[in-house]
Design a protein around this ligand. Structure first.
Ligand code: 4AD
Ligand code: MG
Length: 479
């Protein structure tokens, strides 16, 4: 008999025929005459309750069916009053597929801490939380492609191995096949990468932007959605060494078009989650409330679904970096020295505490900051006439801080060339980028959305390690 997925089984109207389901046991409980098994196959947050009549099926057949075991069950669906679902299965045949010894299976039918589950990342998909996150993540990936496809964008696969540093921040992982114990050296003692696989030094990419720009300057509207790698030693709840980034790049757009696109996309993705993941969001909302029940009322997060709807309804606040610095500098928070990094003067780089103050305390809604000092931003951003600022754009979200970083790009050859020299960007690995400003250059703009930061926001989870299946962070590469 063909397997029916539990999601489909729970929605069946026609209860006449026997069906077969397969999955993993979440819990088993029972009385003298009847045993109840909650079965889950990942297709939905909900379990199918299997009701086993011990008069028909001897109890010893169920002996191995502990939490974590895999089973195949056949029977008729019957409407159910008790299981929290409309239907349950009256089992006529049940078979053990794979056992899970209860003495060694790490996931007991009780609440485990997220930290514990990170150490069991090979099994954590079997928990409600991670199966909900996995389905939500899938839906969001789908939503991203839907959004751009519907608007005539082309998806570009930007390279993962590169010979250039897109952000110029020097936080790159090296890729090499040289013998690290005995690398070839040049006369001055430095390593001779000409003898390496690519004949030059190679790295994992930090961003697909530069390649997206090349494509946009012919295809007009493109986006990348790929893995990016940063060797920054930030052990925070919002940084990964390997994360996924969505980077649209649009010819003829200026910074205002760029902000409009970012805002429209973020709203679209939130609505996509609400429309397509209602059950999982309801579960995640409850999970968050349980987790925060011991917090003081004013420290608790807004209920997840209300928070998502709230962002759908409120237009983002747009202001310049300079205006933001004024707000921060004059805030009581700053005067009472409550920032770990006090704001003293224009030019200061904003820390996540400042971003979150603006969003959560001052404006109480998402914020887009523009026109940052050129010293704290990348070389490729369009220079403003004031000689001090660039057309940067960061989108700041409640609970997260920066979720998007982007800008209008410098399209003027001479200005870009000069800035690259000032910032010591190596021309020999970047000449091709500069050359696009020589041939048919046009204004253009783009941004990068950190996919896991978006997942944090939509799921209400508190740590970025819990919204990607296999997090890579300093000293963690187990699974
Ligand atoms: O602000 P960033 O560094 O911008 C860029 O890389 C540009 N090339 C994007 C562009 O204009 N096409 O990174 C963009 C976003 C951040 O706003 C943040 O959401 C996310 O990427 N991000 C990280 N997410 C997780 N872990 C990290 N270590 C991250 N670093 C950045
Ligand atoms: Mg940034």
């Amino acid at each position: 008999m063909k397997r029916t997925e539990i999601k489909a089984a729970l929605q069946m109207q026609d209860l006449e025929n026997e069906i077969n389901v397969k999955g993993w046991v979440r819990t088993k409980r029972g009385s003298k005459n009847v045993s109840f098994i909650a079965l889950n196959d990942g297709s939905t947050i909900h379990n199918l309750q299997l009701v086993v009549d011990l008069g028909q099926i001897p109890e010893e057949n169920l002996a191995q069916m502990h939490t974590g075991a895999s089973v195949s069950a056949t029977g008729k669906l019957v409407s159910s009053a008790g299981s929290g679902q409309n239907v349950e299965m009256a089992v006529s045949k049940i078979e053990l597929l794979g056992q899970a010894n209860p003495d060694t299976y790490p996931l007991q039918p009780k609440k485990h801490s997220l930290e514990f589950l990170r150490e069991k990342a090979h099994l954590r998909f079997r928990t409600n939380t991670f199966s909900a996150i996995t389905r939500l993540r899938h839906a969001m990936i789908f939503g991203v492609h839907q959004f751009f496809n519907d608007r005539g964008f082309f998806n570009i696969h930007s390279p993962i191995i590169t010979g250039s540093d897109a952000e110029g921040a020097g936080e790159m992982f090296k890729v090499t096949t040289l013998d690290l114990n005995n690398p070839p050296r040049k006369e001055d003692g430095s390593i001779d990468f000409e003898k390496d696989f690519f004949g030059k030094a190679a790295n994992l990419t930090v961003s697909g932007q530069l390649e997206a720009e090349l494509a946009a300057l012919a295809m007009s509207k493109v986006y990348t959605f790929g893995p990016t790698f940063r060797a920054e030693n930030s052990n925070t709840s919002r940084h990964l060494a390997e994360f996924w980034m969505i980077e649209p790049e649009v010819a003829f757009n200026d910074i205002h078009d760029n902000m409009d696109l970012a805002e429209e996309m973020l709203r679209y993705l939130i609505r996509y989650a609400l429309d397509n993941c209602a059950d999982d969001l309801a579960f995640l909302s409850k999970r968050q409330q349980d987790e925060e029940k011991n917090k003081k009322a004013d420290e608790r997060s807004m209920e997840l679904i209300s928070k998502l709807k709230f962002v759908l309804e409120s237009p983002f606040e747009r202001l310049t970096y300079t205006e933001a610095i004024d707000i921060l500098k004059n805030s009581n928070h700053n005067k009472k020295k409550k920032f770990a990094y006090p704001i003293e003067a224009w030019g200061a780089d904003l820390q996540s505490e400042h971003e979150r103050y603006l969003v959560e305390k001052h404006f109480k809604k998402p914020v887009i900051l523009t026109d940052y000092p050129k010293e704290i931003k990348a070389f490729y951003m369009k220079q403003n006439d004031d000689g001090k600022t660039v057309r940067a754009m960061d989108v700041l979200f409640p609970g997260i801080g920066e979720i998007i970083g982007g800008s209008q790009r410098e399209e003027d050859y001479d200005k870009l060339h000069k800035r690259m020299i000032e910032m010591h960007i190596p021309m020999e690995s970047m000449w091709w980028f500069l050359e696009t400003r020589k041939f048919g250059t046009v204004p253009h703009a783009g941004y990068g959305l950190g996919f896991e930061r978006m997942m944090l926001f939509v799921s209400g989870m508190g740590n970025i390690r819990d919204v990607i299946p296999f997090p890579r962070t300093p000293f963690h590469l187990e699974f």
